[in-house]
Ligand binder design. Structure first.
Ligand SMILES: NC(=O)c1ccc[n+]([C@@H]2O[C@H](COP(=O)([O-])OP(=O)(O)OC[C@H]3O[C@@H](n4cnc5c(N)ncnc54)[C@H](O)[C@@H]3O)[C@@H](O)[C@H]2O)c1
Length: 343
């Protein structure tokens, strides 16, 4: 792992976005969200993918100059049309709209259609909680997962995240796919020439496989029927309710996202709410450990440990991210700027 200066790396990512034709504000939020995702250690869904996103921009599959707009709204909900722009900005824009509505009305639903892959659901959930919101954040994906009784790719491994403000603690959050593992973990293993554990994928005939290069593989649903059923309902809350494309097409362009926010301070005095959350946290942390020196983690706690270490010591990048970012630097003519990011 090589470490980069966080600010310099974020500016490099932002400049690469601008060189690829994104507008400054779009570039800024895209770079910021992806770098924060890396800081949380969610390396599969941070800056690793910026090179492939910007190649899609170059191919006009993600629209460089698109800006999201509110297509319809009422006091507690809005539907945003992402106009096939870059997913991170669409997600961020939808979140700002959701926070605005929840602050006025106590809670909100925002559906975002005609978007593209937007990385980790967790980063939007974290930023919602940082704004005092209890949040559920979801996205649909292209068809990449099998369903019990079926074979091949029938449904997406649609991810979701929950988060809550937790007072002096960083937001508590969980951020997972509805498959046993995120598809990027399979893609990365294939790129690195590594085998994967059983339980991640099936081959096209529905047999277990440990080869990430298996043609026509499908992801295994999280907890069999449970991941399938959750994914089905995420499709309802995202593409179906927001009027987007159901089961986005291959290449993951044209997906939908959604979020539901509760401004907790309007339902319960915030200090009371936080005291109750902290009570639950302390009860879990204080429960018996399997090993005397063992540790129980809260949802999101591992991510915050990594985040705070990155803030103190610089952001470690995996070899795969360094390779992809190097390709990005070559594509955008920012090689010198990229080299200067390293500590
Ligand atoms: N945009 C997309 O199309 C898409 C699709 C799929 C997945 N994803 C993203 O992929 C990422 C990884 O998904 P995944 O399913 O592989 O997640 P994962 O299996 O790595 O689980 C991560 C979550 O589990 C929690 N966790 C892990 N170990 C824990 C422990 N011991 N105690 C308590 N909590 C623990 C973490 O805090 C985190 O919230 C997510 O960010 C997800 O949003 C995105």
């Amino acid at each position: 792992m090589k470490k980069v200066n966080i600010n310099a790396y974020e500016v490099f990512c932002k400049n690469a976005c601008e060189k690829a034709g994104l507008m400054p504000e779009v570039a800024l939020q895209t770079a910021r969200l992806l770098v924060r995702t890396d800081m949380l250690g969610i390396y599969t869904h941070g800056t690793l993918n910026l090179y492939s996103y910007l190649k899609l921009v170059a191919d006009d599959k993600i629209k460089a100059s698109a800006l999201p707009e509110v297509a319809s709204e009422a006091a507690t909900w809005a539907v945003v049309d992402g106009h096939w722009g870059i997913g991170m900005y669409n997600g961020w824009f939808g979140l700002q709209k959701g926070i605005e509505l929840a602050r006025k009305s106590g809670m909100s639903y925002v559906g975002i259609r005609n978007s593209s892959h937007y990385g980790a659901c967790g980063i939007y959930a974290v930023e919602a909680a940082e704004a005092g919101m209890l949040a559920i954040v979801m996205s649909n994906t292209t068809k990449n997962m099998s369903v019990p009784g079926g074979k091949g790719r029938v449904i997406g491994n649609s991810p979701f995240a929950f988060s809550t403000p937790a007072g002096s603690h960083r937001p508590v959050f969980v951020d997972i796919a509805t498959s046993n593992v995120a598809g990027m973990k399979v893609t990365n293993a294939a790129e690195e020439g590594k085998q994967i554990p059983e339980g991640w994928i099936y081959d096209a005939e529905g047999n277990p496989s440990t080869d990430p290069a298996t043609p026509g593989y499908s992801l295994v649903p999280l907890g069999a029927h449970k991941g399938y059923c959750l994914s089905f309902f995420i499709e309802i809350f995202t593409s179906i309710l927001a009027g987007g494309m159901i089961f986005g097409p291959a290449q993951n362009q044209n997906v939908s996202h959604s979020l539901m926010l509760i401004d907790v301070g309007q339902i319960m005095e915030l200090p009371d709410y936080v005291r109750r959350v902290q009570g639950a946290i302390e009860e879990i942390a204080g429960s018996p450990k399997m090993a005397p020196d063992g540790r129980i983690y809260l949802p999101g706690e591992m991510e915050w440990d990594r985040y705070e270490k990155a803030e103190r010591e610089g952001l470690p990048l995996t070899d795969l991210i360094v390779n992809h970012s190097k390709q990005l630097a070559d594509m955008t003519g920012l090689g010198n700027e990229f080299d200067k990011c390293f500590l």
